[in-house]
Design a protein around this ligand. Structure first.
Ligand SMILES: [Zn+2]
Length: 136
């Protein structure tokens, strides 16, 4: 495998056809049941799908034109740079609860779907406060 002469990587990605994009969009559909509470992360998931689409498109173009893989690699690096610049929108994930002084480890569902990044206790406490009820 030589990045400057072969297009092995582009051919490999092209063989996957449209499936990586379909998988990314299917994952995006799983956000529907969380509604507004997962809006930011749903958008992030959409950006991921767009990134996958651009990557597979570039791989197809590279394979079709018989360009060497270095074109694709440079494109991937540029894409990573763009994702890094937009990281607050593209990766809004946190592993720990963002409640005041909590820092509890979050479960995967909260990390991947919920915008508030709160553990169940903090979410319940905030909910009580919003409803104007006394704590305890
Ligand atoms: Zn918490």
């Amino acid at each position: 495998m030589n990045l400057l002469t072969d297009n092995t990587i582009a051919l490999w990605i092209t063989k996957l056809e449209i499936w990586p994009v379909i998988a990314a969009l299917a994952l995006n559909l799983t956000f529907r049941r969380y509604g507004k509470k997962a809006f930011k992360k749903r958008m992030a998931s959409l950006y991921h799908a767009i990134a996958v689409f651009l990557l597979t498109s570039m791989a197809a173009l590279t394979a079709e034109r018989k360009w060497p893989d270095i074109y694709l690699v440079l494109f991937i690096l540029a894409e990573i740079a763009v994702l890094w610049i937009l990281r607050s929108r593209v990766f809004p994930y946190r592993r720990n609860c963002s409640g005041d002084g909590c820092g509890e480890k979050l479960d995967l569902r909260t990390i991947y779907y919920m915008d508030d990044n709160l553990c169940p206790q903090c979410a319940a406490r905030l909910n009580r406060e919003e409803n104007g009820e006394a704590e305890e």
